[in-house]
Write a new protein. Structure first.
Lengths: 431, 532
């Protein structure tokens, strides 16, 4: 591990040096937008796409005449999948580049790393990925799903529509899967699932030998009760996991796997024939039948000059987040952080599934919840859709210590961590 | 003439009602398939399966395999097959050729897991009379999940005409699964005897359900015995399975480490770029597959020698360009090769892509061999084990039986003396390093079938390889083989109760302790060579 950190920081320094030269000359007055996504390292597979998405959105906004009469300018940095480097790069963006808002981060650990920087310098971060909740910061806008917008509805679907009685919670060993599984375990137990019907398993990042775990899942599922796997496995470890499922003949009809981190982008690297029927829960799928989605995909494929390029859920989150920021800046008439924070609450913009998403006072957004089955062409067939929209809940209702806490950033409360029982704002924005 | 025609029409109108009825059922069911609602589609599937229409099979089959589409403009159902970027269409009822259409003009008839299960069961009933015994076996297996008295009766009828013994066996299991819920005690007892020792999960489950409510003591005892026999068999299978997993993990470790066993073990070079040489082999596989996308199997076989040449060539370059100036200075070698590994990684990022690349598994490497219902050996792992042993044998042969091998061993044992005997030690150094690197490339080909191919592929394997070589004893091929297998099996034995993360930590702790006790590994070199 030490070795990879050394490697990454060497690469990071190299890129930082090259950045110094490339962003030297800026002439006219612009509004700067920071993009903080890893372009190298393990997370590059997912985050590079988001950088491109932001470039496209900024490009389109400029074609529409920019914002407040000025052009938008993207400032791209590469934190190289190195969590401490995220904080350094965030500081560089805000202090040196003087950006007005930052769009970035993927893993929760990178978000936790930059959070103090954004709070200290009072800047804005739009975070586009589904995450574990238990956090609400004045300076962060969570445009991805909270657990109640993804994990809980997905479990409800399995329980009610598929009659699942036995649960495998499999995840990568870090904060998002651990917290999500803690919430899910509490939720399942509240629904009367016995302890021996829940199996929890963690694996390291990039795990590649799934033989034993898949064999265990197979045995666990052979006990006569309908079994499902809830997967919070993250990153490229998914590819060998699904391959092993296919090879050991675990079919989706016997033991469906529902994933929270596998989207079109991740599937584009593998042969999906053995995976047909496995599930994923998201707030957006590329296959969503909506005109706004069709035109977004068309613009995206034209922008990347690749007519096979796929779109995915975090991209939609950036689409929503960016448009909300644009609307809020227009409303406030300035890009100043405090004014935008006040203006953005209640802002409603179209999402890509044909509806509208609104920014809630707890800095989370309202979203539809969709469940899709993997098809042999790497796309998802939507098999279930929640009626109406779900508002993101920062503090889970199923965890002790978090169920009494609410978040509301409107005056007079202005608190991300308000305990309704003790009527105290702890001021602590994270767990 | 008119009269005859009239009479025929009249006759037909008497004969036809029944037929016309099922036909229109079939047609209206087809209409239902266009709906989005899955419950409606499910009804439609049942109607189609029961209609007896000759097209029923084809429709259900196409639906299951994603070959049934709706034309957006005409709003009718068509069979569609991919032809390049377009789809070749055939009308469902007439079988008429409808030309080609773009994907965007078509909408697939979507199915979900429940429908998929229903389709399989429906098709299973339709294929019980299929002439191919494998199809029949699959059909009966598909029925086992939801067996009822009606299906059991169908099975009983088919059993009489069944000639294939393995199909017969599964049919008997299916009948027993239904019989065990019967009210007649003797039927139940007979069913228990059939289920005795049967490893299919449904057998165990139905026996446990029976145990919970059975009143008759004799039947209870029989069921208990039957369950015990299943448990014993399961235990055996589980041991065999763990052993197989261990050997397969071990063979991966050996493959990754065996190249290092030469460069580090024989030459004493600490090569931190070893993992990147493996990565280059994996990327070679990817590139060969890109060149010949239609033949992943041939591409894979072809990439074995190619990867050897590519990685071996890069290895020789590294040796000639960097390492030869640093012989006898292990620290500098370590740093320099670490730098080389960074350069190679970044090279791949820049030239190919910073993201992982897809490497396809050929058909013959997917799937598994089923030994029994609970034990199946995955094919790709079996191939890797065989491949590992093959590479090991080949390397062993080269070192022991060829003149290059003789020279390599001579230089490793005593450089000065070997040179005095006329061995060109510089050339031997380059070739040895090339050989070790080439083997690393071959390992990359194998690994591309198991794991993600990306710029970071090599990182973890460098450490694993050093672990295996040091544990096995530096400079000893057999040590590498035994060490890799031992570590693999130990890891897999511990994994079920310790978890994947802890198992790996325990292994590392064990190796540290072992090296404290025996610094020269499992098979230390003996004699004067050990000092050099």
């Amino acid at each position: 591990m030490l070795k990879s950190t050394i490697k990454q920081s060497i690469i990071g320094v190299g890129i930082a040096v090259s950045m110094l030269f490339s962003t030297a000359a800026v002439a006219e007055e612009t509004i700067k937008v920071g993009i903080l996504h890893s372009l190298s390292g393990t997370m590059a597979i997912s985050e590079t796409t988001l950088k491109d998405t932001m470039l496209m959105l900024i490009d389109e906004q400029n074609k529409k005449g920019g914002l407040l009469g000025m052009k938008l300018e993207a400032v791209v940095v590469d934190p190289a999948s190195n969590w401490p480097l995220f904080a350094e790069k965030a500081r560089e963006l805000i202090q040196k580049e003087k950006v007005d808002a930052v769009f970035g981060c993927w893993t929760s650990v990178s978000r936790k790393s930059v959070l103090p920087v954004f709070e200290e310098l009072n800047s804005l971060l739009f975070y586009p990925v589904q995450y574990e909740g238990e956090e609400s910061s004045k300076n962060v806008f969570y445009t991805g799903a909270a657990p109640n917008q993804q994990a809980i509805p997905a479990v409800d679907y399995l329980m009610n529509d598929l009659g699942v009685k036995r649960w495998v919670l499999a995840g990568t060993d870090y904060v998002y899967p651990r917290t999500t599984n803690k919430i899910l375990e509490a939720y399942l137990k509240s629904k009367g699932v016995a302890k021996e019907d829940i199996m929890i398993n963690y694996t390291p990042f990039g795990h590649s030998d799934w033989q034993t775990i898949v064999a265990d899942i197979k045995k666990f599922g052979a006990a006569g009760k309908k079994t499902a796997v809830v997967s919070t496995i993250n990153g490229d470890a998914n590819v060998p996991f699904y391959k092993e499922l296919g090879n050991q003949g675990v079919s989706a009809e016997e033991i469906p796997v529902i994933a929270f981190s596998v989207g079109e982008e991740e599937l584009s690297g593998i042969d999906t024939k053995p995976l047909v029927g496995h599930l994923a829960a998201w707030n957006y799928f590329m296959s969503v039948d909506a005109e706004v989605n069709d035109s977004f995909i068309e613009a995206w494929q034209a922008f990347t000059k690749d007519d096979k390029r796929v779109s995915n859920d975090p991209m939609e989150a950036h689409y929503i987040g960016f448009n909300m920021w644009v609307e809020a800046v227009k409303k406030a008439g300035t890009t100043e952080a405090g004014a935008v924070q006040d203006a953005i609450i209640g802002v409603t913009v179209p999402n890509l599934s044909g509806g509208f998403s609104a920014m809630m006072p707890n800095h989370h957004v309202t979203k539809p919840v969709l469940i899709g089955e993997i098809q042999d062409d790497g796309q998802f067939e939507i098999v279930w859709e929640i009626s109406g929209l779900v508002a993101g809940d920062a503090w889970s209702d199923y965890l002790e210590g978090s169920k009494d806490i609410i978040s509301d950033w409107r005056a007079p409360l202005s608190c991300g961590n308000y305990n309704v029982r003790t009527a105290k704002c702890s001021g602590q924005n994270i767990e | 003439m008119t009269r005859i025609f009239f009479i025929i029409t009249l006759l037909l109108s008497f004969v036809n009602p029944l037929q016309a009825d099922t036909a229109s059922d079939f047609d209206s069911a087809l209409q239902l398939l266009k709906q989005k609602n899955y419950a409606l589609k499910s009804d439609a599937i049942k109607t189609i399966a029961a209609s007896g229409n000759p097209q029923a099979r084809a429709v259900l089959d196409a639906m299951l395999n994603g070959g049934l589409f709706i034309r957006k403009k005409e709003k009718d159902l068509v069979f569609a097959q991919k032809r390049g970027s377009n789809y070749q269409l055939t009308a469902v009822l007439s079988g008429e050729d409808l030309g080609q259409l773009k994907k965007r003009k078509l909408k697939k008839v979507g199915i979900n897991n429940t429908l998929r299960g229903e389709l399989r069961s429906a098709l299973a009933l339709l294929s019980l009379n299929n002439p191919d015994p494998e199809k029949r076996l699959e059909a009966v297996n598909n029925m086992l999940g939801n067996i009822d008295a009606g299906r059991a009766a169908t099975l009983r009828d088919s059993l009489e005409n069944e000639s294939d013994s393995s199909v017969q066996e599964v049919m008997r299991l299916g009948i027993a699964l239904s019989d065990i819920t019967s009210d007649d005690i003797n039927t139940r007892k007979r069913a228990i005897t059939v289920l005795h020792g049967n490893l299919h999960p449904t057998a165990w489950n139905s026996l446990t359900t029976l145990m919970a409510k059975e009143m008759d003591d004799g039947a209870r005892n029989a069921a208990k015995e039957a369950l015990h026999s299943i448990d014993v068999k399961r235990q055996m299978s589980s041991i065999a399975e763990t052993l197989f997993f261990g050997i397969s993990l071990g063979s991966v470790l050996v493959l990754a480490a065996i190249g290092l066993a030469i460069t580090f073990g024989v030459m004493g070079v600490i090569n931190m770029a070893h993992g990147e040489l493996i990565m280059l082999g994996a990327y070679t596989t990817y590139l060969v597959q890109v060149i010949m996308p239609d033949n992943p199997g041939t591409a894979l076989l072809l990439s074995i020698p190619l990867a050897f040449v590519v990685s071996g060539g890069v290895g020789i370059l590294i040796e000639r360009g960097v390492i030869r100036f640093l012989y006898g200075r292990p620290l500098e070698t370590l740093l320099a090769t670490f730098g080389v590994s960074l350069i190679l990684q970044q090279l791949v990022r820049v030239v190919i892509s910073p993201q992982n690349v897809p490497v396809t598994n050929p058909e013959w490497m997917s799937g598994s061999i089923e030994i029994n219902s609970v034990l199946s050996l995955t094919l790709n792992r079996l191939y890797i084990i065989a491949f590992c042993l093959l590479v090991f044998a080949a390397l062993f042969f080269i070192l022991k039986k060829t003149s290059l091998g003789l020279q390599v061993r001579a230089v490793a044992q005593n450089r000065a003396m070997a040179r005095a005997m006329g061995v060109r030690s510089e050339r031997v150094d380059a070739l040895t390093f090339g050989l070790g690197s080439g083997i690393a490339g071959i390992a990359g080909v194998a690994l591309s079938q198991l794991t993600n191919v990306g710029p970071n592929l090599g990182q973890s394997y460098t450490i694993d390889s050093f672990m295996v070589v040091v544990f096995g004893g530096v400079g000893n091929l057999w040590g590498t083989l035994v060490a890799g297998m031992t570590l693999g099996i130990a890891n897999k034995v511990m994994e079920p109760w310790a978890g994947a993360v802890l198992a790996k930590i325990l292994i590392l702790v064990f190796i540290i302790l072992f090296i404290q006790k025996r610094p020269r590994g499992l098979f230390p070199q003996k004699g004067r060579a050990a000092e050099g």
